[in-house]
Design a protein around this ligand. Structure first.
Ligand code: NAD
Length: 466
């Protein structure tokens, strides 16, 4: 099967597509669970039947290693379809309301799970299937209709997503729109019942402002600047292997991987030694030729990363080679001397690991809180008490103790940021919840009218005494 070609959706058709999915939502066809389960089943098979195309597209867009595409894109989403199908009936059922005063129990209070409506999903490039199809799975499960706008920076994958969605799903309910800023801006001009956005904080601000004009709820999955903290009691080999893994996965283009490392001074030497050992173990035949390391997504991102490395005042201790023609950037560890170094302050979203030595754990925590008070992830390496201290004196969307972003590798665990790294969470049940409105409902029996007469005027003295 040949890869489909990416084409921007004509601007003039975007409004009509929005009207289509809104009309379909208002027709109530997505409400029955049978409909949703069928769509999830079809999406599963669409992914499975197009597995080869997905691998080829991710390889063309990002030189994603086969294993990374399989585990982080294809299999991830197929399993998500199954997980949703297995749990949907339970999640979608009415819940009886909790902590209700005895007298109000007579009203049979319950929470109904209503779909939010017609939703817009905007994806990012680095996990081009997972970050677009993942939220779509949640929207389908919740009974919403949706327009999905994948990232134009991964065009081959975006085209494959369009093929799968258009061939597998109800075309009046789920539509893929392709394009960049003009097309996304046009989509944002339409009225939505929810916008689910994954990408940079700068664009997140644009989305949030636009949504505020119509009081549209948003979920924002935003950028990193995540610290790893290595204390003097950490195991340097473990820290080295795990942090190298977390920065070489997808060539460092992972929102939740560590952006910088704070390390107690005593540990620097052994950590650097172990990083070099781990590097040689991971890439025994050199990193240039291995199929196990990806490439930077495009020239613009390559040049941005090259400039970042040019501007650092730090000293490269491992890596540093680049090849523009191949969009190759080697995992690069840089010893820096200040938290003001651009490699620490700015999100690299590439395979750079600035390492900043600190005097002690308190200084590490202070710097981490100053660089970015609310990162997406946080990675303490140390003993139990140190990890607990770090957790209790910082904030972050999530955290992996003694590891790189492993908490974010669990597909059924809620994933999201805090503060300016994001609003809301999804994955697993959270994906259903994020597109669901919890509608509180009571039913007042006619026989209660006598009891209820107390609430009606006139508010006589006798009523106060009752
Ligand atoms: P991006 O913000 O450039 O693009 C994301 C999406 O927004 C794309 O679909 C793009 O077409 C659209 N977009 C871009 N500019 C726009 C504008 N002016 N108006 C409207 N829409 C616009 O992000 P990216 O380069 O694809 O991804 C990198 C960023 O995303 C990093 O900051 C990374 O940390 C973050 N990210 C976060 C998560 C998460 O789950 N929290 C996941 C992946 C990436």
């Amino acid at each position: 099967m040949a890869l489909p070609t990416f084409q921007n959706t004509p601007m003039e058709s975007l409004a009509a597509s929005c009207q289509t999915v809104r009309a379909s939502f208002l027709s109530h066809k997505t409400r029955p669970l049978e409909f949703r389960l069928k769509q999830l089943r079809k999406l599963y098979w669409g992914l499975k039947d197009n597995a080869d195309l997905i691998h080829e597209a991710c390889s063309k867009d990002l030189s994603k290693p086969f294993f990374e595409t399989y585990s982080g894109e294809l299999n991830w989403c197929m399993n998500d379809c199954i997980f949703m199908q297995n749990n949907l009936t339970k999640w979608a059922a009415d819940e009886s309301a909790q902590d209700i005063p005895m007298a109000n129990k007579l009203l049979g209070p319950k929470i109904r799970k209503d779909p939010m409506g017609a939703v817009l999903i905007i994806g990012a490039f680095n996990f081009p299937i997972q970050l677009s199809v993942g939220p779509l799975i949640g929207a389908i499960a919740a009974g919403c209709t949706a327009i999905l706008k994948p990232s134009e920076s991964a065009p081959y994958t975006a085209a494959v997503i369009q093929k799968i969605v258009s061939e597998s799903l109800d075309p009046s309910c789920y539509i893929v729109a392709q394009g960049a800023i003009p097309e996304t801006t046009a989509l944002l001009d339409e009225k939505w019942d929810k916008i689910f956005y994954t990408g940079s904080a700068n664009v997140g601000t644009i989305i949030a402002k636009k949504a505020a004009e119509t009081l549209t709820p948003v979920t924002l999955e935003l950028g990193g600047r995540n610290p790893a903290i290595i204390t003097k009691h950490a195991d340097p080999r473990l820290a080295a292997r795990r942090l190298l893994w977390a920065k070489s996965y997808n060539a460092g283009q992972v929102c939740v991987s560590q952006n910088y490392v704070l390390i107690e001074e005593d540990m620097v030497e052994s950590f650097l030694r172990e990083i070099k050992t781990a590097y040689a173990e991971f890439y025994p035949n050199g990193i240039r030729k291995t199929p196990d390391f990806g490439r930077i997504v495009n020239l613009r991102q390559f040049q941005r990363l090259k400039k970042m490395l040019d501007e650092t005042k730090g000293k490269i201790v491992l890596g540093g080679t680049m090849d523009e023609a191949d969009l190759f950037i080697e995992p690069t560890f840089v010893l820096v001397s200040s938290p003001d170094d651009s490699l620490v302050k700015d999100e690299s979203f590439g395979p750079f690991v600035p390492i900043l030595p600190v005097k002690n754990l308190d200084e590490a925590i202070k710097i981490a809180n100053e660089v970015h008070a609310t990162p997406l992830g946080l990675y303490p390496f140390g003993n139990k008490a140190e990890c607990e201290k770090i957790l209790s004196q910082t904030r972050s969307g999530g955290a992996s103790l003694n590891d790189g972003f492993f908490h974010a590798s669990i597909p059924t665990m809620p994933f999201g940021g805090v503060g300016d790294s994001g609003t809301g969470a999804y994955r697993g049940k959270a994906s259903f919840d994020v597109f669901t409105h919890r509608r509180s409902i009571t039913k007042t029996p006619a026989w209660m009218e006598g009891l209820l007469s107390v609430r009606y005027p006139p508010f006589t003295d006798k009523k106060f005494k009752q």
